[in-house]
Design a protein around this ligand. Structure first.
Ligand code: 3HC
Length: 349
């Protein structure tokens, strides 16, 4: 796979002859599957690639809360509502683990958030499509979380320690998300003809954007070759997309739904499904900011950030008070009853 990516990748891998001694030693550690930790030396380009990918990933989790959050007040039962609230909260948590992992590389969270809000940073194309019916919530869990798991399980083995460790926990939670989505689809597919039609309509709208989530074809993937050499990427965009199709088509069959691709065909010789061409013009349009919901998503994120300013200010004020108290405990004023006074301050904190 690695050799294949070097041949087709848009950006070539740095040749060993062009590496400094430090870079060679770093690559040797990567090749030996030794994890990289934040305080260790790393090439600047490795650090920048990780900041780019991890922050885009974090933004995707946070923006991804919006299309599903829209349905919390409209979930059809109390149980579905409780599950959906838990899922949306999980996505917020994933964003926080990922921002924290990126911060270990020396970028501040404020800077990352600023880049997102100013439209300088990307987030997953998939979250720029609208959620029109309850079946969209089922489809997001089934397909979008399913695609996310397919992409993220290999990342649990990636070379950068904090990212790999965050992925382990995130993948466990995404797996629950995928099951809850499939469970919604199962209920709709076994429901009234109208409910089944709603499930089919959602699959029709989300299928192709889900395949786009894996990124451009390998031959056009700018970063793949170098990211594979650094073991940031374990499987290529096309390999993951193929695995996703192979896994998901039988699940659609079980639901009695039709994947909206007339060219879908099981190729017994390859042992994979063949599928039709993806509309890459649509993908590029969406990641340029012109998808159906890009502007609305960013507007909503910026508003949520501004509305939450008072919470951040209150938390900072509380942290400052605690720091002052802690400093007073370390150095009690001369002649003061340090021990007794400190105990009282602690009790009040
Ligand atoms: N949406 C938006 N941008 C995308 C994209 C997508 N689906 N796929 C690729 N791109 C962008 C890349 O970010 C890159 O842009 P940049 O140079 O400006 O940074 C450009 O297209 C070229 O693509 P490459 O294939 O060269 O880029 P990568 O090597 O970074 O591969 C990736 C793209 C496979 C998405 C990789 O970054 C990755 O594995 N990221 C981690 C996983 C992730 O971010 N998933 C997002 C979904 S998370 C989620 O769905 C949340 C869950 O709760 C459901």
């Amino acid at each position: 796979m690695y050799a294949q990516m070097v041949d087709t990748g848009v950006k070539a891998v740095q040749a060993a002859a062009d590496m400094t001694a430090d870079e060679k030693a770093f690559q040797a550690r990567i090749d030996a599957d030794i994890r990289v930790e934040p305080k260790e030396w790393m090439p600047e380009a490795y650090r920048r690639t990780l900041i780019r990918q991890i922050s885009q990933h974090a933004h995707s989790e946070i923006v991804g809360m919006l299309p599903e959050g829209n349905w919390i007040t409209r979930a059809p039962t109390l149980k579905r509502k409780a599950i959906l609230m838990a899922k949306v909260q999980d996505e917020g948590g994933h964003g926080l683990y990922l921002y924290a992992a990126a911060e270990t590389l020396g970028v501040s969270r404020d800077r990352m958030v600023d880049d997102l809000h100013a439209g300088r940073a990307k987030y997953s194309s998939i979250f720029n499509y609208p959620t029109l019916t309850w079946a969209d919530i089922g489809t997001i869990g089934w397909l979008v979380d399913g695609a996310a798991i397919m992409n993220q399980i290999p990342l649990c083995r990636c070379s950068f320690g904090p990212y790999a460790r965050a992925m382990v926990r995130i993948c466990k939670e995404e797996s629950f998300h995928q099951r809850q989505g499939y469970d919604i689809m199962l209920a709709l597919a076994r429901g009234t003809p109208e409910q089944k039609a709603m499930a089919q309509d959602a699959l029709d709208r989300w299928w192709w954007p889900s395949l786009m989530m894996f990124g451009p074809p390998d031959a056009q993937s700018v970063h793949s070759a170098q990211s594979a050499a650094w073991k940031i990427k374990i499987l290529s965009n096309d390999e993951l997309r193929q695995r996703f199709v192979d896994q998901t088509v039988p699940q659609a069959d079980y639901l009695g739904l039709t994947v909206p691709d007339p060219e879908l065909n099981w190729d017994a010789e390859r042992g994979h499904y063949d599928f039709g061409p993806i509309d890459w013009a649509e993908f590029h349009n969406v990641i340029k900011g012109n998808g159906p919901c890009n502007r609305e998503r960013l507007r909503t994120r910026v508003k949520a950030w501004e509305d939450g300013a008072w919470v951040r200010e209150a938390a900072m004020a509380h942290a400052e008070k605690r720091a002052v108290r802690a400093a007073a405990r370390v150095a009690p004023p001369a002649g003061a009853d340090g021990g007794e006074r400190t105990a009282r301050v602690d009790a009040m904190a």
